[in-house]
Design a protein around this ligand. Structure first.
Ligand SMILES: [Zn+2]
Length: 100
């Protein structure tokens, strides 16, 4: 979220509902040397998602059923798939999974 429009500097902004669908622009799987506080999350993946609605954001990526992210690819389709309330309370970030 922004506090003003980066183009016209309007500050009277509002929330817009997103489809939650988009493409994975880039991603990385963290296996070693996590930032402080993320040691227990290893391995994990983060990616930049370009939503179909025209914005992009950073989010966590759900692993595939085998526990890896080998099915993900840049420009592959992803969709919002939130984590449970405990995880969201711990780290309030959007989660995405692969979409067909
Ligand atoms: Zn504007």
């Amino acid at each position: 979220p922004r506090h003003l429009c980066p183009f016209c500097y309007e500050t009277d902004l509002s929330w817009v509902l997103s489809s939650g669908r988009g493409v994975l622009h880039s991603y990385a799987v963290q296996r070693l040397g996590p930032p402080s506080g993320f040691e227990d999350d290893l391995p994990y993946a983060v990616g930049v998602v370009k939503l179909d609605d025209g914005v992009q954001l950073l989010g966590r990526l759900w692993p595939d059923p085998d526990g890896e992210w080998s099915g993900y690819s840049c420009d592959g389709r992803v969709e919002f798939h939130g984590a449970d309330a405990v995880e969201i309370g711990r780290r309030p970030v959007p989660w995405f999974r692969r979409a067909g």
